[in-house]
Design a protein around this ligand. Structure first.
Ligand code: ADE
Length: 324
């Protein structure tokens, strides 16, 4: 499991002749004090941690190597590292600072998002008003625009994967099921699938017969019918999230996954009475079965629902509206 592009610090030292040399020091487990548990997934635990030198706080995702290899998830761990390494220059994406490993675990040192999940905040307030939905919707859209510009489709956008930092600004996370555009798909019987160097974490792992399907409620119809996700699939999920912020529940929800999928492919949803007309118009242009007919990002930015939003850097300097 080779480390590419991980940030490192340098230390000035002297050689045997007293001449200064700088050594590259890689961060490791010993450089952090680990604190509370922030979240737990099937293959990882996220812990709060402090850099002992700088006292800077991070969230460190700790992944169990044995479990990942046994469950054939190596590919997804590599996707997460590779996509995060492509997305280091936007305030709306959780940034990956360092990766390292010890015998038992892999470690991803990430931005700490101390405000927790957008889902948790939404559950506390039940629904967002138009102003809050506009602000959070705009920050999520700006983050999607950035990842798409860098050739990354998230494929599992949902309120659990939208974290909030200490300023209550958006930080999108969980790129383990993302897709990097323009990369050759992994070969079935080529050399790519075999662990050449003998490190089991280097193997691509086995591919699933069908490409990944995200969380039922936010899955796009094209993924269910053609088993193919595209950039517009993230905009379907974005439409579901905007709907959910205003309505307090996702647009497609049923007793089980199969019934949810049936509702999605039939475009079977309706708006609560309280739903603002201008937002109905926007969501109606996103929840469109044909991905080619969904409103593109540039036109979403120009939609009347987002009137008054300062797009670009200014959006991230703004104070988050108070949740009511
Ligand atoms: N839970 C999962 N990832 C997190 C992060 N980066 N910050 C805070 N909590 C998290």
């Amino acid at each position: 499991w080779k480390e590419k592009g991980a940030a490192v610090s340098t230390r000035q030292d002297v050689d045997a002749n007293g001449r200064p040399i700088s050594r590259i020091i890689k961060k490791g487990v010993k450089d952090f004090n680990f604190g509370r548990t922030l979240g737990e997934g099937s293959y990882s635990t996220v812990l709060a941690a402090t850099d002992r030198q700088t006292l800077r706080e991070y969230a460190i995702k700790v992944l169990d190597k044995r479990h990942i290899i046994k469950e054939k998830k190596v590919k997804y761990v590599n996707i997460e590292r590779d996509t995060l390494n492509r997305l280091t220059d936007h305030p709306g994406i959780v940034r990956l600072y360092y990766t390292f490993q010890d015998e038992r675990s892999l470690y991803f040192v990430l931005d700490l998002a101390s405000g927790g999940e957008l889902l948790g905040v939404l559950k506390k307030t039940a629904t967002f008003d138009e102003e809050c939905t506009r602000f959070y919707g705009a920050q999520i859209l700006d983050s999607i625009a950035y990842m798409h510009s860098r050739g990354v489709i998230h494929r599992d956008l949902k309120p659990e994967n939208v974290l909030l930092d200490d300023q209550m600004h958006v930080k999108i996370t969980d790129f383990g099921t993302a897709k990097i555009l323009g990369l050759r798909p992994p070969q079935r019987d080529g050399v790519e699938d075999t662990a050449a160097a003998g490190d089991p974490m280097d193997g691509a792992g086995s591919d699933r017969a069908v490409s990944f399907v995200g969380t039922a409620e936010y899955v796009s119809p094209e993924l269910l019918t053609d088993k193919n996700a595209c950039k517009a699939s993230d905009l379907w999920a974005f439409g579901c999230i905007v709907y959910q912020l205003l309505a307090g529940r996702p647009p497609f929800k049923a007793g089980n996954e199969y019934q949810t999928f049936q509702k999605i492919v039939a475009l079977d949803y309706s708006f609560p009475d309280s739903f603002p007309e201008v937002a109905k118009d926007l969501v109606g242009r996103l929840l469109v079965l044909d991905p080619a007919k969904r409103l593109p990002i540039e036109q979403i930015r120009g939609h009347p629902f987002f009137e008054g939003i300062q797009w670009g850097k200014g959006l991230w300097k703004q104070k988050a509206p108070r949740l009511k």
